[in-house]
Design a protein around this ligand. Structure first.
Ligand code: IMP
Ligand code: MG
Length: 183
């Protein structure tokens, strides 16, 4: 698996340091609120597990699953909710925990889906932001890093469902996905 990686963009220590800072800020902002952390599967699981352990105020958590990539390389622009939330968000201050804000198509769909469930407030927290790729009118309230238009894997991020278990964020070697880009 490691031989497929061209370069490491963010190592474990860098990621955790940024997430600790973010956790402190969220803890302060949500001190007297009803925080509900909602992780969007699968990409955000590693970020979610690091972030929630760096939040010092009460919170509840749940997961939902939406997919727009279907495991490939570029977004198809079609969003599917494949797992809904189990707990009612009514009255809670919802914080959506996303892996990356790319075209924004997934998040804008999720946002309108969740607004119908009447949370008290709704905000977006993302580990990465690729602003140059935005198509939908959606911005993050909290983010750790802005990155250029490069396809990343590791730390939850996949290419065709693989590489999620890498402990860092890396860029794949071109020959790993070259054949797919041509097709
Ligand atoms: P969006 O709908 O284009 O904003 O992208 C939504 C999803 O695409 C993200 O939540 C990721 O799961 C996936 N994605 C976007 N960029 C990357 C990347 O560089 N590597 C792996 N997955 C990505
Ligand atoms: Mg995602």
């Amino acid at each position: 698996m490691f031989k497929d990686i061209e370069k490491i963009l963010f190592d474990e220590k860098t990621l955790l340091n940024a997430i600790k800072q973010l956790g402190k800020k969220i803890s302060k902002d949500y001190k007297n609120k009803n925080l509900f952390l909602l992780s969007v599967l699968k990409g955000s699981i590693v970020f979610m597990s690091d972030l929630m352990r760096n939040i010092s105020t009460h919170c509840i958590i749940d997961f939902m699953c939406a997919s727009s990539y279907e495991g490939g390389f570029k977004t198809k622009g079609v969003v599917k909710i494949t797992k809904d939330i189990d707990i009612s968000v009514c009255g809670y201050d919802l914080l959506i925990v996303e892996d990356i804000l790319d075209s924004g198509l997934t998040l804008s769909y999720i946002l309108s889906f969740l607004k119908n469930k009447k949370p008290k407030s709704i905000k977006i927290c993302t580990l990465f932001d690729k602003p140059s790729r935005r198509q939908a009118d959606v911005e993050a309230d909290y983010k750790c890093f802005e990155i250029p238009d490069e396809f990343i894997v590791g730390y939850g991020f996949d290419y065709k469902e693989k590489y999620r278990n890498l402990p860092f964020i890396g860029v794949l070697k071109k020959d790993v996905y070259e054949l797919d880009v041509l097709h």
